[in-house]
Structure formats: structure tokens, C-alpha cells
Design a protein. Structure first.
Length: 115
């Protein structure tokens, strides 16, 4: 049996831009991804704290140190620049792995930098 559990989380980042005319996904500063243990092209769940919207998509890289959190494609209609977002990534673990599992959770500042 496997258990689905939180693997990585970027808690309360700020959306920096939206781009509707894009094939779809979210671009995230690779410094934030590395700190949260989220890999490029992995699936993530987005929760928009500002308006309550939630959706699943995948990650594409934004330049390291840019602070970019850019909502791309159709999801851009559900988010606006300045919205606060929680990004969660999950993985499957055995019960034995869960005994020692600790998700990586980061809380960036208002400029999407790691304090």
C-alpha cells in the first residue's frame, strides 16, 4: 500500500504575472522550486488564497532569482498578478517511508524570495 502525502510546498507566494496565450502551466523561480524539492514538469496543486480557486497543473522553470510566479494558459483566467497562492506537490510513500517523511515547506517573502 502507498500513501499519498505532501512532498513540497511553496506557501503564500505572490503571482507576478499571467499569460493566457500559452500552452498552459505555471512558471516558478527555480530557486523556489529547489528549496521546496519540486522538479520541473512535476504536477502541482495551486490554491489561490485571494479568490479561492484551485487547480492542478505542471511546473516550467522561471529564471533563478527572478521571483517569478507566472500563471500560464487557461489558468491565467483564474488568477491575477498580486494574488497570493499556495503551491503543493504530492508523492506516494510506503508506510515505512512515511515514518521518517518530512515535506519541504518554504514561505517566501512578498517578493517571492526565501528569507
Amino acid at each position: 500500500m502507498f500513501i499519498k502525502a505532501l512532498k513540497g510546498k511553496i506557501h503564500r507566494a505572490t503571482v507576478t504575472a499571467t499569460k493566457v496565450n500559452y500552452p498552459g502551466s505555471i512558471a516558478i523561480d527555480t530557486d523556489l522550486l529547489d528549496a521546496a524539492g519540486i522538479k520541473i514538469y512535476e504536477a502541482i496543486l495551486l490554491a489561490n488564497v485571494t479568490n479561492g480557486e484551485r487547480l492542478e497543473t505542471y511546473v516550467v522553470p522561471a529564471p533563478a532569482g527572478s521571483g517569478d510566479v507566472i500563471i500560464l494558459g487557461a489558468a491565467a483566467r483564474m488568477f491575477s498578478a498580486g494574488d497570493i497562492v499556495i503551491m503543493m506537490n504530492f508523492a506516494y510513500y510506503t508506510p515505512e517511508e512515511m515514518d521518517a517523511h518530512k515535506p519541504k515547506v518554504i514561505c517566501p517573502d512578498e517578493n517571492n524570495k526565501i528569507p
